[in-house]
Design a protein around this ligand. Structure first.
Ligand SMILES: [Zn+2]
Ligand SMILES: [Zn+2]
Length: 229
C-alpha cells in the first residue's frame, strides 16, 4: 500500500503529479505543535507497519510506548534494530530513512524537530553567565539533566505529591508530561498562583519563565523539558 504511489514516479514526466499526490506516511504522523522554533510531530505506528522513506530535521524524540523497530538509513543503507521503552529520550541528527515497527505494540513517539540551524546567539551568550536561578541548581532534588548539547538542554522533572520547588528559571522550549499531574505555579515577578492540569503526552510550548511550582495533586509529576539554547 505504501509503495504504490511511489511506483507512479517512474513514469517520465509524472514527477509533478507524484510530488503533489505522494503522502506516504499520512495517517501515521501529525503535527501537534508548531511555531518559529520547533515542529512537534506525533507518530503512531501500528505493529508491523512500515514508514516509507522520509527525512526529518535534528531534534529530540520522546517515547510514549514500549516498542521494537528497525530503521534503514540512507544513503548508507545502514540497518539499526532496537527496543525502546516508554519515557526514553534521544537526540537525533538530521536523517533520511525507512522504518518499520517490528514488534507487537504500537510505536508512539513525539518528535521535537528544531527549525534553527544554529543555536541562538543571544541566549547562548546569556547562558555563559552563572545563573543562581538555574533550575538544575535550585531544584537539584527534583530536576536532573538527561543530556545537553549546543542546541538543547533536556531535563527530567520528578516532583512527588505535596512537594514544592523554590523559584527557578527555564529557557523557552517544549514541555512533555509523561504522567498526569496537578500543579500550582507562581510566575515571577508578581504572578498569582495558577493551577494547571498536566496530561500525559500533551506537548506544550513554554516561554522563558522564572517560577515556583508545587505539586498540588495526588500523583507524581513526571515531565520532560526541552530547553532551547
Ligand atoms: Zn523517521
Ligand atoms: Zn519549573
Amino acid at each position: 500500500m505504501i509503495n504504490r504511489p511511489i511506483l507512479m514516479c517512474v513514469l517520465p514526466g509524472a514527477v509533478w503529479l507524484c510530488a503533489a499526490q505522494v503522502q506516504p506516511n499520512a495517517g501515521l504522523q501529525k503535527v501537534v505543535l508548531e511555531n518559529d522554533f520547533v515542529r512537534v510531530v506525533e507518530l503512531r505506528i501500528p505493529a508491523g507497519v512500515s514508514e516509507a522513506r522520509h527525512s526529518h530535521g535534528r531534534g529530540v524524540t520522546i517515547a510514549l510506548s514500549d516498542y521494537n523497530n528497525e530503521m534503514t538509513d540512507y544513503p548508507a543503507g545502514t540497518v539499526t534494530r532496537r527496543h525502546t521503552r516508554f519515557g526514553e529520550v534521544r537526540w537525533a541528527e538530521p536523517v533520511t530513512h525507512e522504518a518499520r515497527n517490528t514488534g507487537t505494540t504500537e510505536q508512539h513517539v513525539l518528535r521535537v524537530e528544531l527549525k534553527h540551524e544554529a543555536p541562538g546567539e543571544l541566549s547562548g551568550a546569556a547562558k555563559a553567565k552563572p545563573d543562581a536561578l538555574d533550575s538544575l541548581i535550585v531544584c537539584k532534588d527534583t530536576q536532573k539533566l538527561i543530556f545537553e548539547n549546543q542546541f538543547v538542554r533536556v531535563i527530567e522533572e520528578r516532583v512527588p505529591p505535596g512537594v514544592a520547588q523554590a523559584k527557578h528559571r527555564h529557557a523557552h522550549g517544549v514541555l512533555i508530561p509523561l504522567a498526569d499531574s496537578d500543579i500550582e505555579a507562581v510566575d515571577d515577578p508578581g504572578g498569582q498562583p495558577t493551577r494547571r492540569h498536566l496530561q500525559l503526552g500533551d506537548a506544550g510550548w513554554r516561554e522563558p519563565v522564572v517560577h515556583a511550582v508545587r505539586n498540588v495533586g495526588t500523583t507524581a509529576l513526571l515531565n520532560i523539558r526541552i530547553e532551547l539554547k
